[in-house]
Design a binder for this molecule. Sequence first.
Ligand SMILES: CC(C)(COP(=O)(O)OP(=O)(O)OC[C@H]1O[C@@H](n2cnc3c(N)ncnc32)[C@H](O)[C@@H]1OP(=O)(O)O)[C@@H](O)C(=O)NCCC(=O)NCCS
Length: 377
Amino acid sequence: MTHAAITGWGKCLPPAVLSNADLATFLPTDDEWITTRTGMKERRISHVPGIELAVVAAERALACAGVNGEAVDLVIYGSCSNDELVPNSASGVQARIGATRAAAFDVNTACTSFMYGLSIGNSMIRSGVVRNALVIGVELISQYMDWNNRNVAVLFGDGAAAVYLSATDREEGVLAEKLQCYADSRQILRVRGMGTMYANLGVPYGQTHWDFDGQEIFRRAVQGMSDASLDVLSRTSVSIEDVALVVPHQANLRIIEAVAKRTGAPMERVFLTVQKYGNMSSATAPVALVEAVETGRVAAGSLILMPAFGGGLTLSSHLIRWGERTTPLAVSDAELPPCSRTALEIVNGIRAQKTVGETEAERFLTLEFAEQGGRSG
Ligand SMILES: CC(C)(COP(=O)(O)OP(=O)(O)OC[C@H]1O[C@@H](n2cnc3c(N)ncnc32)[C@H](O)[C@@H]1OP(=O)(O)O)[C@@H](O)C(=O)NCCC(=O)NCCS
């Protein structure tokens, strides 16, 4: 039977670091609140478009696998913050890496976009449609953050990571997964202002307002990530003791601790990046996976569990068997262009562009949504 082994991996974090103290210069917040409530100390802010982050991560993953763009059959771009909608973003990466033979498409399930993309790439390899796939998780949330809202502005950061999947007869890669969506709660995490609907409602392009019920998302994230993980483990008859490393989506340290407790995973076997990168939405889980491998936390042939959660509210959990190789075959020289601004300068630039009067900002809250699950604020 064909499987899809992870034979290449790479990440790209923009260099500019936004600290909790930086956030406190323009928001009523402080390091103590953010650290104790979320576990976050700092996050990255990108000085380049999302595709640039994705290309560097992709080049590193390809070099790691010992292939070049010509070999790639499929590019999947997991994101909810695309640079533009037409053409799609996957084709932007495809063109830059020289994957002339490849198919390319975008996947958006918010924070779980990479994980859903991994399932699609895995399935298309296993069913014989393609022989390999480059799966990317990338996010440029800084551009559409509502920087006036401390409930959300402290939680997110930018970044990208990619894995290269190759067909193999060995039982490697995704062994089983659970995908689900709590669509009845889709309205509790909504970015108002992104999408064609808003132009018809008279909202100036680029203005955003986040609907965000943090406590309810917290509760459902713990439930969803735990239940999905227990489902995958029971279906594969794998016990949590057999899982060498849990690499979860990182929205909040306390969510991760609660999921670890409910699934019986000791925190020593949970890989954390939340303190230094925050929540990079769809880039979070793949960045953590790549960093776990790069820092020697992934043993050859070991089992990895990856629970994730995001807007939608989508949720997932993947059980993965790592292959025999934990070191790259080659190292790419791909790099981002240098960044001359601090993260705070970049953020203040975005804030200046988005300044709107109180009346305009309040207009968001009067918008009526036609679809089920909408609300008028
Ligand atoms: C958002 C989250 C960190 C809030 O933590 P919490 O312990 O639930 O905190 P609460 O919501 O009870 O807020 C407590 C108080 O802190 C305030 N507060 C919120 N953000 C703050 C900030 N950045 N700095 C200081 N105070 C803040 C709130 O206004 C509230 O004040 P009030 O009691 O006067 O109204 C937490 O609920 C969470 O992580 N939720 C899920 C994250 C998520 O949705 N991620 C994206 C999807 S994956």
